[in-house]
Design a protein around this ligand. Structure first.
Ligand SMILES: Nc1ncnc2c1ncn2[C@@H]1O[C@H](COP(=O)(O)OP(=O)(O)OP(=O)(O)O)[C@@H](O)[C@H]1O
Ligand SMILES: [Mg+2]
Length: 354
């Protein structure tokens, strides 16, 4: 038997197309894909660090990776190497780039985010991906986002000498942010699609009240002028004990986020607890934002059949009980809701196209 090298065309047919939902948040990227009948979920801090020198050792993480962009349609990335997510943070806790640093980074770093997420998954020679993504103003930015992502990208994950991966991205749809969460909540029976629904997105950078018409089209949406969860993290970062520990600097909000999410309320391995500060700061932070959000959706309150809070802020300890008093349901996996719904959209569009 003569072994022959498979041609590129053969390869594509043999590599299944996977449906992927991508929620590129200001604070956290969420990617959901179905591969081999298994759902994979990746969540990485939206952080990046370009590497200027070769590394001897490539650490790995569940929350970020290193990619070397060898070749492909993103010409400006060819020959460059980046750390993403947790690895960008640990390499340079103060000097990495955050997606929230500039509004245009949602586009500029979208490809970095997705490649970084794929690098956390078990190795594949070829990824053939059909993406449904979302962005705040999809009418304005859908085209730009598609241009940045679409195409073929040849990278080495976690070391230039590692086997290369070919990543083919096709953007099926760029939905308005929240469209995925709506789909997810409808399937969880948290939203009655025959009536108007009011949803408040408590994200890292933004609070977005949205009114959905029956069926799910967006009737009204407003990005509040106040910041999101990051303002709460910033308040906690002022705690005196943390400032002393940091030698006069404010506490590091990445460590505060982790301490809240793992429910220890501990600041890294310092042994310092910020539980009291959290308990003190949560309600004033929430009250301001919740009442502002309610004001914007007031005209629809008497007409709506469903009231939900999503985004990671819905998962902050204490939030579910507080919003319940006003008839709102906090979505238990609020941080994931959008990406999970976008993945559903991707899956059904892909199946319809077969
Ligand atoms: N499991 C959890 N427990 C507690 N808090 C959480 C949890 N998951 C996320 N959060 C908090 O919710 C916040 C917002 O997360 P989310 O994923 O909604 O942000 P984002 O989508 O990156 O931001 P934006 O929507 O503004 O672009 C984070 O700051 C995080 O600390
Ligand atoms: Mg978000």
């Amino acid at each position: 038997m003569i072994a022959t090298q498979p041609k590129q065309a053969d390869f594509d047919q043999r590599t299944p197309i996977l449906a992927v939902g991508v929620d590129n948040g200001h604070g956290l990227l969420k990617v959901v894909l179905d591969a081999d009948f298994r759902q994979m979920k990746v969540r990485c801090p939206s952080k990046f660090k370009e590497l200027r020198e070769d590394l001897l050792d490539y650490p790995t993480s569940k929350y970020g990776s290193t990619f070397y962009y060898r070749d492909g349609d993103a010409k400006e990335l060819i020959g460059r190497e980046f750390k993403t997510g947790e690895l960008a943070y640990t390499t340079d806790p103060y000097g990495h780039t955050k997606l929230s640093d500039k509004a245009e980074y949602k586009i500029d770093y979208a490809l970095h985010s997705i490649l970084g997420a794929l690098g956390t998954l078990p190795y594949r020679q070829v990824w053939n991906l059909y993406l449904v993504a979302s962005i705040h103003n999809s009418k304005l930015f859908a085209h730009q986002l598609t241009e940045v992502l679409e195409g073929t990208h040849v990278v080495n994950f976690n070391g230039k000498a590692a086997s290369q991966s070919i990543i083919k991205l096709h953007v099926g749809l760029v939905a308005p942010e929240g469209a995925g969460s709506y789909v997810y909540c409808r399937h969880q029976n948290l939203i009655d699609p025959t009536k108007i629904a009011i949803a408040l997105d408590f994200g890292t950078g933004t609070i977005i009240p949205t009114v959905f018409a029956p069926g799910g089209s967006i009737e009204y949406r407003e990005v509040l002028s106040v910041g999101g969860c990051v303002d709460l993290l910033d308040e906690i970062a002022r705690v005196r004990e943390l400032q002393i520990y940091e030698g006069g600097k404010l506490g590091d909000i990445e460590l505060i986020r982790q301490g809240i999410e793992n429910r220890s309320f501990l600041y890294g391995n310092s042994g310092i607890s910020f539980r009291e500060a959290y308990q003190r700061e949560l309600m004033p932070w929430l009250k301001d934002r919740f009442s502002l959000a309610l004001k914007t959706v007031q005209p629809w309150r008497k007409l709506a059949g469903s009231f939900v809070v999503w985004g990671g802020g819905a998962q902050l300890p204490g939030v579910a009980a507080a919003v319940e008093k006003f008839g709102f349901t906090a979505v238990a996996d609020g941080s994931w809701a959008n990406a999970l719904g976008l993945q559903r959209l991707a899956q059904s569009r892909l199946e319809r196209s077969k």
